[in-house]
Design a protein around this ligand. Structure first.
Ligand code: ADP
Ligand code: MG
Length: 226
């Protein structure tokens, strides 16, 4: 599914003024493309993901997923689109302490109304895919940071998303574990033809992405060609 942002503007209330978080942002991500977004803290990277993932509606511009204009959907339509087509991976895996790895994935399927048996097969396949097949029964405190983050990736894939939005997935990980997570995201993006946008300030992993764009004070710039 192609993601296309055109002339997107997002502001937040800031006292009696507005803070411009995204300004005239254009971005197109094709299926199977792994795009990194870098830029300083506060430059608008997470806001970009929130708009791309239909969590926030911009005040100007359009966000199109394949042929659906997300900005024209009502709340229910956006919720449904998120549930059915979009996967999110956050900085911290945000796992529930009491649930095993496989149950973290089944919880999402339960919310989506998938049958238990179908969901369990899928959850175990995905845990295998992220290299955690043997840890399906472990709770978060029995897993390393990198393993938790991989559970988070598997959970985001439960709905078979066409768009994957990832916010600083390596910030809590050391270099090698971070690299393994980014490599996994790259492989999944290419294998499953997902359009993936990954926010990162970890420049060391950029050799794994197809393209890098930079956010600066709400504006998106592609690197100047050499
Ligand atoms: P980044 O992810 O690059 O650090 P953000 O998108 O989180 O940047 O934030 C961009 C700007 O918008 C920052 O100045 C931030 O303080 C502000 N901001 C983010 N979210 C909100 C919000 N919900 N309300 C008000 N201001 C916000
Ligand atoms: Mg952020």
């Amino acid at each position: 599914m192609t993601l296309t942002l055109t002339d997107v503007r997002l502001t937040y209330p800031d006292g009696d003024r507005r803070l411009v978080a995204l300004d005239a942002v254009d971005l197109r991500v094709a299926p199977g493309e792994f795009v990194a977004v870098t830029g300083p803290s506060g430059s608008g990277k997470s806001s970009l993901l929130a708009v791309a993932g239909a969590l926030t509606t911009p005040e100007h511009g359009t966000v199109v997923l394949e042929s659906t204009d997300v900005t024209a959907l009502d709340q229910q339509g956006r919720d449904r689109l998120r549930r059915e087509r979009i996967g999110f991976v956050f900085q911290q895996a945000n796992l529930l302490a009491s649930l095993t790895a496989v149950d973290q994935l089944l919880l999402v399927a339960h919310v989506a109304g998938t049958s238990r048996r179908t969901a369990e097969t899928r959850a175990r396949e995905l845990l295998d895919r992220v290299g955690l097949g043997s840890k399906a029964g472990k709770r978060p405190q029995q897993l390393s940071g990198g393993e938790r983050q991989r559970v988070g990736v598997a959970r985001a894939l439960m709905g078979d998303p066409a768009l994957l939005l990832v916010d600083e997935p390596t910030s809590a990980l050391d270099h090698d574990r971070g690299e393994a997570v980014v490599r996994l995201l790259r492989d999944i993006t290419h294998e499953q033809q997902v359009a993936t946008v990954m926010v990162t300030h970890d420049l060391q992993h950029l050799h794994l992405v197809d393209r890098t764009v930079t956010m600066d004070d709400g504006r998106l710039t592609a690197p100047v060609p050499a």
